[in-house]
Design a protein around this ligand. Sequence first.
Ligand code: ADP
Ligand code: ADP
Ligand code: MG
Length: 667
Amino acid sequence: MFSKILIANRGEIGVRVIKTCKRMGVKTAIVYSEADADSLAVEMADEAVFIGGAPASESYLVQDKIIDAVRKTGAEAVHPGFGFLSENPVFARRLEEEKITFIGPNPFAIESMGDKITSKEFAAKAGVSTVPGHMGLIEETEEAVRISGEIGYPVMIKASAGGGGKGIRVAYDDAEVREGFPAVKAEAKTAFGDDRVFIEKFILSPRHVEIQVLGDKHGNAIHLFERECSIQRRNQKVIEEAPSPLLDEETRMKMGAQAVALAKAVNYDSAGTVEFVASGVDKSFYFLEMNTRLQVEHPVTEMITGVDLVEQMLRVASGEKLAIAQDDLSINGWAVESRVYAEDPYRNFLPSIGRLKRYIPPVEGEATGAPGVVRVDSGVREGDEISMFYDPMISKLVTHGKTRDEAIDTQLAAMDRYHIEGIQDNMPFVTAVYEQERFRSGDITTAYIKDEFPDGFNGVEPTAEQTLILTASAAHVHGVYSARAALTSGRLSPPETVREDWVVILDKSHYPIKLRFAEGRSEIEIEGKVHVLETEWKPGTHLLEGTLDGKPFAVKFADRTEGYLFRHRGVALRALVCTPRSAELHAKLPEKEAADLSKLIMSPMPGLVVSMDVELGQEVKSGEAVCVVEAMKMQNIIRAEADGVVKAINVGAGDSVAADEIMVEFE
Ligand code: ADP
Ligand code: ADP
Ligand code: MG
């Protein structure tokens, strides 16, 4: 085994690799850019080497700098993580020439699986079922139309070099091919510098099912079953699970055998993933592509098999024979992973970057309030910054249960106890998905989010049970504060001083209650029924965990100048607790008018202005693009929300902007 390796990555995956190395007694060195000098990964590694500026093109992608770092630290091998140089055959070959071990597959395997069309041809030769379509490149639009007709609509037009959901388009008729084919070609050219395009059949009710494979340098290869990653937003995976609710044992074994056959065909000698699209209609499945690296969602496989994939990568890279045989493996229970992203689900999932003012992840292991086990893979801690330079992922929340329901329930309980302040996260949205009957039933496709949230996400209405939890929590919190106020003002000692009659106002609904308060235990009478809330909550803590009528619950809590803010699942509510008299007055108050912001164009997030597309005095129609702001590798087109004439332009291309900065004003 190696005595020291270099990690050519950052963040969450850096930390992930270090954890396994520590357990195995392998020393770690990690590279870091200007933006990552104080990161958790750098702190945890035995050594760290500075390699340049924050943009990846100045640091994590510069091969010479990585190789220098290897020399400087005396590391024997490089783990590339995912992204960056992980699937770059030139880098793998350079390491080979320099006699440095690459903890990944051989360069030939990376190359053969490097683009979609080559790998599809390889797969077909290895006896793997591929999506029916045209096994070749297409040059002309009319040729594309003819081939599409032969394949039969709908078809998918794909860039061979595509990745990350870019360079893909579905067409339902000739006209859509005439429009889509040149568009994909152009997009492929700009995004990948490679305009090769092919066409295949679009599989109906498509589900994304992928097989984890593992090979060694001695010709052995096995698979570690499947993961289903159908819950995607704009082709970006959001929720992954293992096993797949779609597969039966027979389909699983067929898919696994095909993935192993493909791995063997390219002498695959590391951990890798063979992606398939499976039809929800008849469970037929077809090869999509192979990812020749550790996959972001690998933890769900680890949870159901008990195999540490990073450890296996190190072992096979060092020349060991695979110690696991196919028959040694079986599926234990169910695992689900949520990608917790720094984005604002209420504002069309715009990136939300900045400092983690508070960051309290749920407790790992067997958590309270849920039957399963919790694992959090993250590269951040309180006070850290989610920067605009890299992936907007905060963490991966992974749970394991005996059944799928248990794993999902554990996700919900863990998210209730996952506290993030300072930036927005996508947990309200993800929990809303987990609470949907359709998700529970396993009836999912890659179009799930588009189907279920056609107008985006606008929060969810609390259920009766959640309303009860929030009302009772607000009442108890108010009891705690009232008792304290009584103490500090020198009046009678609590709890006698806390009055009984209150009205809890949640949003605009009034709930008259009777509160019999005591430290740690309140009785709350709502609509004639008495509920008992028990909690050890103290002011200053941001998580209120306890039981209501004996049932465990947790809500996130924040003080506001007026009232309290509670968050629970997809619900965020302001609660006011007042005397019946002031509740009456409240009901009569005129509603505050929101300020008229329609004449201002504000930046929805901190970022960089890429282009300013309007001029002074220009007439702009509602919906027209005003400017483009780039944040976290994404270009966001900012559009006018109403017609208007441009009165002032406050920023230009190249300027940095803060969130809510006023960029353009209309007359
Ligand atoms: P897929 O397997 O469909 O390609 P993934 O989400 O696993 O989807 O990865 C998409 C691409 O983005 C891959 O090249 C991966 O290496 C990279 N990537 C995904 N998440 C991260 C991350 N958190 N940090 C760095 N790179 C990432
Ligand atoms: P990328 O490199 O961007 O990950 P993929 O080829 O893996 O590209 O496809 C991305 C997603 O598009 C897949 O997860 C799958 O859901 C869907 N997809 C790809 N090909 C087809 C197809 N022929 N029919 C239906 N859906 C498909
Ligand atoms: Mg893919």
